[in-house]
Design a protein around this ligand. Structure first.
Ligand SMILES: *[C@@H]1O[C@H](CO)[C@@H](O)[C@H](O)[C@H]1NC(C)=O
Ligand SMILES: *[C@@H]1O[C@H](CO)[C@@H](O)[C@H](O)[C@H]1NC(C)=O
Ligand SMILES: CC(=O)N[C@H]1CO[C@H](CO)[C@@H](O)[C@@H]1O
Length: 487
């Protein structure tokens, strides 16, 4: 350990103390509402009357026609207009987990959260409508990325890519199974028959994923990878799908599947995102594992180690924190790491609370409150308590990113400019010095650099591009923080 990193830690501890004393009032409830509203800005397809983000209009109304299927709907993943089903399914799973875990704390936002899930599940049902076939993606990424075009004007090829027995994709199919199973739990009390339909489909899609093994890397090829490659193989996704199916069905065979496959899936248990699921599995199953002495060792030590890896002055800390206190991993779009891991911190802390459990991280005894405080410090940083004194949620707080890398937000709405804007007609808006005309309320962006600085520029997508999988876990985090008793 270098001296410099010790100094960083001391500053951080000092900062946390000041922050607690200051009682900086952040309106988490408002942030929760906005984090869900964001998903309306990413909607593809025919928009309903209830659409609140009015500057968006219908788009991609013939998706699926090339394969004689109805693939209208779903979400654009980020600032472009492709529908990548691997991250879309993970987004839906995380929205559903947010409701399963924190739905009772959402109050009036629960309905909006369920609508956001349903926009995903209705579409994933279409993608899995035919047995032994899964539609993997709609849109040609190279052609799409070449244009700076509103989704409403899109004229790039809307090619549909799909998986079959001969060209399987176990990671993608298993993630869709996870999304449908998790959503079936989210809808169970309010929409029982829909919930049953989702669960039946989840079971069928998981069977397809498991029986015909292979990576969609190879089956879809360069339309999917290099964009959303499955870097760490599909065993983690299969175990994740099985874990959600166990939670939804309580059928022992799914739990057995998780237990017998977790070790081959154990690539990186400190990462959680659209590709890497092991950290999420360890937390999701921890309650069952704690009550199943024979299998606890497969999950609990890894879940504990993940928590310790996030504790700033723990000797096993593997994550860095910026001087301003933000969890940081190398690469682009850092906040996706932060929101997903904050979610796991809170879920595990709540379990520790119920089980009266503490963890020893080196010399520190870590309790649930400590983990909650770490997650809260991350949310607070994102929402404005940071060296730049800005919020990284669009439309929240006094100052927020105004030049986000997002086609719909940058280009004038059809209301303001009804005439079609073709592929390169959008470049002048991209290059403009003015803030984006359409505010994509609630969008989190990639976030600041390691020195806590942020360059609000459309040329800087690593920092200014929003994505659905960055927001989805934050919905759960904010639901938890918005409950009235939290200090
Ligand atoms: C998918 O492709 C990426 C990038 O080439 C590679 O790193 C990864 O190992 C591949 N995954 C599988 C499961 O083949
Ligand atoms: C902070 O980091 C960014 C990105 O690496 C860099 O462009 C910028 O110059 C740095 N700012 C300072 C003050 O060091
Ligand atoms: C945990 C997590 O989401 N990790 C992601 C962190 O960001 C990198 C990209 O910079 C992703 O590859 C990881 O999946």
């Amino acid at each position: 350990m270098s001296k410099a990193s010790c100094i960083v830690r001391m500053i951080m501890v000092a900062m946390m103390i000041t922050v607690t004393r200051a009682h900086y009032a952040i309106n988490y409830k408002e942030a929760l509402g906005k984090s869900i509203l964001f998903f309306e800005g990413q909607r593809s397809g025919k928009l309903p009357h209830s659409q609140r983000m009015k500057w968006r209009k219908d788009s991609a109304l013939s998706d699926g026609s090339d394969i004689r299927m109805n693939m209208v709907g779903g979400y654009y993943d980020a600032g472009d207009n492709v529908k990548f089903h691997f991250p879309m399914a993970f987004t839906t799973t995380m929205l559903a987990w947010s409701v399963v875990e924190f739905g009772d704390l959402m109050g009036s936002e629960l309905k909006n959260a369920l609508d956001a899930i349903r926009w995903g599940t209705d579409y994933l049902m279409k993608a899995t409508n035919i047995p032994n076939m899964v539609v993997a993606q709609v849109g040609e990424p190279y052609a799409d990325h070449d244009c700076w075009e509103r989704p409403e004007d899109m004229d790039t090829p809307r090619t549909s890519y799909y998986l079959t027995k001969e060209k399987p994709g176990s990671e993608l199919s298993a993630e869709i199974a996870a999304a449908l199973a998790a959503s079936s739990i989210a809808f169970r009390t309010t929409h029982a028959s829909y919930s049953n339909i989702l669960l039946k489909r989840a079971i069928r899609v998981f069977d397809f994923a498991n029986k015909y093994r292979g990576s969609y890397n190879n089956s879809v090829g360069e339309a999917a990878c290099p964009f959303y490659c499955d870097y760490n193989n599909y065993m983690d996704d299969l175990a994740w799908g099985a874990a959600w199916l166990y939670k939804a069905t309580k059928m022992a065979s799914y739990w057995d599947f998780v237990k017998s496959n977790i070790q081959t899936a154990n690539v990186d248990s400190f990462e959680f995102g659209w590709d890497a699921k092991v950290a999420g599995i360890n937390v999701l199953v921890s309650e069952w594992a704690m009550n199943d002495p024979g299998s606890a060792h497969l999950f609990i030590p890894n879940a504990d180690a993940l928590m310790c890896s996030l504790v700033p002055n723990s000797p096993t800390k593997t994550f860095s924190y910026t001087k301003g206190g933000l969890l940081f991993r190398k690469g682009v779009c850092n906040l996706q790491n932060v929101t997903a891991l904050s979610f796991l911190l809170i879920v595990y802390a709540r379990l520790m609370d119920r089980m009266k459990k503490r963890i020893v991280c080196g010399k520190e005894m870590v309790d649930s409150k400590r983990l909650i405080n770490i997650a809260k410090s991350q949310a607070d940083y994102i929402l404005g308590k940071n060296p730049e004194r800005m919020s990284y949620m669009v439309g929240f707080g006094r100052k927020y990113p105004e030049k986000i890398h997002h086609r719909g937000s940058v280009l004038p709405s059809l209301d303001a400019h009804p005439k079609r804007l073709r592929c390169h007609d959008g470049n002048v808006y991209f290059k403009s010095d003015k803030p984006n005309p359409n505010i994509l309320i609630g969008a989190l962006v990639g976030g600041p650099a390691y020195n806590d600085s942020f360059q609000d520029s459309r040329y800087n997508p690593g920092q200014t591009e929003p994505t659905t999988y960055l927001n989805a876990p934050f919905v759960g985090v904010l639901a938890y923080l918005s409950k009235p008793t939290i200090v």
